[in-house]
Design a protein around this ligand. Structure first.
Ligand SMILES: Cc1cc2nc3c(=O)[nH]c(=O)nc-3n(C[C@H](O)[C@H](O)[C@H](O)COP(=O)(O)OP(=O)(O)OC[C@H]3O[C@@H](n4cnc5c(N)ncnc54)[C@H](O)[C@@H]3O)c2cc1C
Length: 313
């Protein structure tokens, strides 16, 4: 028989947004329940060095997330290893079904289900993820000072990442499978004027190549999309910039989304269009997508939820 648990605040997701919301909601004596999902700790558990988390010159992503979890627990947040499989936001209390069979009912819900970078899907890309292959120039560009880099993609993100990476790299090759970019014209103009960037048209990555010990990228094999000819480009970093997919499946029929699935919140807050439902972190953010901004939004969501509950009790 399935168990039903009621909570004042249900936090869905265990990345920086979820754990920060857990810390703040616990300290407000709201006894939140946090459901971790399939990836306890979120995206940062898939990386190595993080150098832009304030207070830590360098920290390993998984270690940081273990500390965040311990912090939320220590403040009184109940953290459950489970996955929310469906969510009914049509009436309060809101109802969440979970993979374990437990049904959670909640007076307020904080959605922190994050986002996923889209990858090419190559085994060699997987092998070097975090060791030369990245999907975040803001996070990892600094590691490639004076090095050659390739960026894959043709939209705004790819062009912005390529331009940003010229602050560090000696050369940036932008690999695109067509011969024109989808990026806005103004970005294209900046790209073409930048002497450090060389576009490589009609190509896609066939394989990321590198050393096994220590693990690290040394180049990419690229395939001409018309002739099939393979050539090699030496580089130390490979940035995949083909888009992100927010994890909004649970709510996409119930809440407004934009920019390809990101949950819409009221500007300057974490309030969604449904009173009592809040969203934070990468799930709502197609621009910054950082641990520190996600944590900040998690804090905002807990404070917004606390205010909402106080007004509705
Ligand atoms: C390889 C890599 C390196 C990065 N490096 C940096 C860096 O150096 N610095 C930096 O600031 N940022 C970095 N980022 C970005 C940073 O990780 C994200 O901005 C941040 O993790 C977003 O936090 P979040 O809490 O919004 O969601 P996420 O970290 O995406 O976590 C989402 C959570 O939601 C849970 N979830 C999803 N669906 C469900 C469900 N149905 N039920 C229950 N739970 C669910 C998942 O299990 C997960 O715990 C990096 C990202 C990647 C991928």
């Amino acid at each position: 028989m399935s168990e039903t648990r009621h909570t004042k605040i249900l936090i869905i997701g265990s990345g920086p947004a979820g754990y920060s919301a857990g810390v703040y909601a616990s300290r407000a004596m709201l006894e939140p329940i946090l459901v971790q999902g399939i990836e306890p700790g979120g995206q940062l558990t898939t990386t190595t060095e993080v150098e832009n988390w304030p207070g830590d010159t360098e920290v390993q992503g998984p270690d940081l997330m273990v500390r965040m979890e311990a912090h939320a627990r220590a403040m009184g947040c109940e953290i459950i290893g489970d996955i929310i499989t469906s969510l009914d936001l049509q009436k309060r209390p809101f109802t969440a079904q979970s993979d374990s069979g437990t049904v959670y009912t909640a007076d307020a819900v904080i959605l922190c289900t994050g986002a996923r970078a889209k990858w090419l899907g190559l085994p060699s890309e997987e092998k070097f993820k975090g060791f030369g292959v990245s999907a975040c120039a803001t996070c990892d560009g600094f590691f490639y000072r004076g090095q050659e880099i390739v960026v894959v993609g043709g939209g705004n993100t790819a062009v912005e990442e390529a331009l940003f990476l010229t602050n560090f790299a000696s050369k940036v090759t932008l690999i695109h499978r067509r011969d024109e970019l989808r990026a806005e014209k103004i970005l294209q103009d900046r790209l073409y004027k930048n002497e450090k960037i060389e576009p490589l048209w009609f190509h896609e990555i066939d394989e990321v190549i590198g050393a096994d010990s220590p693990l690290g990228v040394e180049g990419v094999k690229v395939k001409h999309s018309k002739t099939g000819q393979i050539t090699e480009i030496p580089c130390k970093g490979v940035f995949i910039a083909i888009g992100h997919a927010p994890a909004s499946e649970l709510v996409k029929e119930q809440l407004e989304t934009h920019h390809g699935g990101y949950v819409v919140v009221e500007p300057g807050s974490t309030r969604t269009a449904i009173p009592g439902v809040f969203a934070a972190g990468d799930l709502t953010d197609h621009i910054y997508r950082q641990a520190v901004t996600s944590a900040g939004m998690g804090c905002m969501a807990a404070l917004d939820a606390e205010k909402f509950l106080a007004e509705h009790e």
